[in-house]
Design a protein around this ligand. Structure first.
Ligand code: G2I
Length: 348
């Protein structure tokens, strides 16, 4: 539920927005100007929280030593997703030898700051250590499930949601699974991974995460939707779908984005925007961010939004300046657009 606001604050805001005409002399007093100012949330996290959602950021552990980076992180975001430190090559570089130090540094920082952690990701076809690439068949399946079990169990209680499987579907119009060594162990590898994750951490929300599944008309979106519907029908433990939401001029925020979110949610799962970034600048970028955030706010089961980095210079595609803070750490127009959209969003 959105936190209640006093009647005078609401009235002042409606007047400021031009919805209500000022009535009587009180409407123009300095007190009301002050009240209008305090209506806006101070941070992305607090704005999202008012509608019962979270606002998070992808974080790279080595940047926590940068005070500008960490200052923005601590101030603005309620949820942290390690960008790379929980991936397979980072956590199990040699078979059966797990290294959690780099991920733990992020988790510990988040916990100290009262933030929650999204786990990313248990299984993804790139970034596999060589020992895993060299396995196949039953040995690969067993090693894959052991990885899921060990990592999910280690972070049990500290990670509220896991991207159990990332990017398992092919691009284009086929609607097929992506070829990978995991896929070659059998079509049931994804559901086996979800079952192993549930057994290892029954309290975590288990998500399937992918890119280019934001446009409802696309074959890849339909294919992922069919899989999630099938999983729900057969009792495979899946709780959420992550729409990565990497947008560019050539891959814009689709007009039917809210429809996609709504259609996934209708399967009985939460939806999260997990890696939001939008290339561009100025008013155009701000408007695109507003549209993406508004699509999430339109669906009660769209429970949170994560942007994939903090400053433009932190992005995996820095040249596209796709984030909410510029390289100096200053708020961009897109920041204000997101804050305003979150403040104006309907209650779930
Ligand atoms: O590629 C964008 C994202 C697509 N969805 C899945 C995400 O996991 C993925 O994130 C990116 C990270 O933002 C990058 O930071 O995944 C890349 C590949 O794992 C990450 O790049 C890696 C580079 O490949 C490494 O060379 C580098 O050492 O980042 C590492 C740390 O900066």
């Amino acid at each position: 539920m959105r936190k209640p606001l006093s009647t005078s604050l609401i009235t002042a805001a409606l007047v400021a927005a031009g919805v209500l005409l000022p009535v009587g002399p009180a409407a123009a007093t300095p007190t009301d100007t002050l009240a209008t100012d305090t209506l806006a949330s101070a941070t992305l996290a607090s704005a999202a929280e008012r509608s019962g959602r979270y606002f998070g950021a992808g974080v790279q552990g080595y940047k926590l030593a940068d005070p500008v980076y960490t200052g923005i992180l601590d101030r603005e975001f309620a949820v942290v997703t390690p960008e790379n430190e929980m991936k397979l090559d980072a956590t199990e570089p040699q078979q059966g030898r797990f290294t959690f130090g780099p991920a733990d540094r992020i988790v510990d920082h988040a916990v100290r700051q009262g933030k929650r952690v999204r786990g990313h990701t248990l299984l993804w076809h790139p970034g596999q250590p060589s020992w895993l690439v060299n396995l196949q068949g039953a040995a690969l399946r067993q090693a894959m499930l052991n990885h899921v079990t060990q990592v999910a169990a280690y972070y049990r209680g500290r990670v509220f949601a896991w991207d159990v499987v990332n990017e398992a579907f092919a691009d284009g119009t086929s609607g097929a699974r992506r070829d990978s060594n995991f896929q070659r162990t059998g079509d049931d590898w994804i559901e086996a991974a979800f079952r192993a994750a549930r057994a290892a951490d029954p309290g975590a929300k288990l998500c399937y995460n992918d890119y280019n599944i934001e446009n409802w008309a696309h074959a890849k979106t339909q294919a992922v939707h069919r899989m999630v519907r099938d999983f729900r029908a057969r009792g495979v433990p899946i709780d959420c779908v992550g729409l990565q939401s990497h947008f560019t001029a050539n891959h814009p925020v689709p007009a039917d984005f809210a429809t996609t979110i709504r259609n996934f949610a209708a399967l009985g799962v939460d939806v999260q925007l997990t890696e939001l970034d939008i290339e561009g600048s100025g008013a155009t970028q701000a408007e695109n961010y507003r549209r993406a955030v508004t699509a999430c706010l339109a669906v009660s089961r769209c429970t949170g939004i994560t942007v994939w980095g903090i400053r433009d210079s932190d992005s995996w595609r820095a040249s596209g300046t796709p984030l909410l803070f510029d390289s100096t750490g200053a708020k961009k127009p897109a920041y204000t657009a997101v804050l305003n959209a979150l403040d104006g969003g309907p209650c779930p």
